[in-house]
Design a protein around this ligand. Structure first.
Ligand code: SAH
Ligand code: SF4
Length: 360
């Protein structure tokens, strides 16, 4: 069967399939579109979760500011540099610097300096002069701040819209959070010249299949270059975990639905980068590898020093918290070999969509 994905009702049907046969045919088609538009390589973005200090109170997130059980940390520049150096020496084309959201000038100045120093040091030893690619994922900031990050050397930014349904967004966030501002931030990032990534959580309480279809059209409308989405997973110390009982009952279906979202996004967007996110692995030990068979081509191995990992728990059951960067690299490279794909070492691995859209 050939899936057509230009119409909303076709996508609703696709995301609603329940037979194994249809699920598998969807994977097959998404996989062949992936092969044609972005190739066989899987690119590593080593993620450094450098601070869990957050000014926000998103109702789903384990490190929200009102969770007083969290031991707050902020890595030093030296610690971050060590991770970045390791990533570069180990052939990772790029890293992601992710943290809770802070708009304090001290935090922003710190991050700008870290980005500059990583680019300076790795650029010097890279024969191509590019150094390590840097993606930032530090939430909503002023346009001027995004410009400063960009000038410092960051070239990609991840900001999930979380859900494209403004009503649902309102229910998941405290009143001071604005859906409109989140969209504006994405527009600013794009205007500045970033490769822009967004995404949603799948299986949020109150979310419908139609919402998920709208999410995929949202990606298309804002012309995203990169997509990172994964299942919503409850964290016991958050207000949204009152729905955890219901959530548990549909874990298996949630994995299948998350995979269908990856496939449908690949079929509609074609030449973007799509991550097999860590949250997929919470639902299945091979969750990330399976996502590679549904159209994903990016993975974010964790580089955060082991001693900080347990304190960066956005959701319960986060995998790999006792491992170190070397173990994560070897484990993931082996998993990729096991499915017959290969790693794009020493390469930014930009989304072809970005180069097409900026005409390079
Ligand atoms: N503070 C930044 C970046 C860190 S949070 C920001 O919010 O953009 C990174 C992502 O983690 C969020 O975008 C959200 O989609 C995801 N996340 C948070 N809590 C989660 C949960 N309980 N289950 C699954 N994903 C979650
Ligand atoms: Fe903070 Fe991001 Fe978690 Fe929201 S999702 S509470 S902004 S870390």
């Amino acid at each position: 069967m050939l899936w057509k994905v230009t119409e909303k009702d076709q996508l609703v049907k696709m995301l609603s399939v329940s037979s194994n046969e249809k699920q598998n045919s969807l994977a097959k088609e998404a996989d062949s579109v992936r092969k044609r538009f972005v190739g066989d390589k899987i690119y590593f973005r080593g993620i450094i979760e450098f601070s869990n200090i957050c000014e926000k109170d998103c109702l789903y997130c384990g490190i929200r500011k009102s969770n007083s059980n969290v031991t707050r940390f902020m890595m030093t520049e030296q610690d971050i540099m060590k991770c970045a150096r390791w990533a570069f020496a180990n052939g990772y084309g790029s890293i992601v610097l992710q943290s809770g959201e802070s708009t304090s000038p001290a935090f922003l100045d710190f991050l700008i300096k870290v980005v500059q120093d990583i680019k300076k040091e790795t650029g010097r030893t890279d024969p191509r002069g590019n150094g390590l690619g840097i993606t930032l994922c530090v939430g909503e900031q002023k346009k001027k701040t995004y410009e400063e990050f960009f000038q410092a050397g960051a070239h990609r930014y991840l900001l999930r819209i979380e859900t494209s349904n403004p009503e649902l967004y309102k229910q998941l966030h405290p009143p001071e959070c604005s859906f409109g501002n989140r969209v504006r931030c994405l527009e600013h990032l794009r205007e500045i010249g970033y490769q822009v990534g967004t995404g949603v959580m799948i299986g949020l309480p109150g979310q419908t299949i139609e919402d998920l279809v709208d999410d995929i059209f949202f990606y298309k409308d804002i012309d995203a270059d990169m997509i990172g989405m994964g299942p919503y997973i409850p964290h016991a110390e958050t207000p949204l975990s009152v729905y955890a009982g219901k959530w548990n009952a549909r874990r298996d279906e949630l994995l299948r639905l998350s995979l269908r979202m990856v496939a449908a996004t690949r079929l509609l967007l074609k030449d973007v980068n799509i991550a097999a996110t860590t949250a997929m692995q919470v639902l299945h030990p091979r969750g990330r590898e399976i996502a590679f068979e549904y159209g994903a081509n990016i993975i974010m191995p964790i580089l955060t020093p082991t001693r900080f990992r347990k304190d960066y728990s956005l959701y319960d059951g986060k995998p790999c918290i006792d491992e170190n960067a070397k173990q994560c690299k070897e484990c993931i490279a082996e998993r990729i070999r096991s499915i017959g794909r290969n790693v794009g070492w020493n390469d930014f691995g930009d989304s072809p969509h970005f180069h097409t859209r900026v005409g390079k």
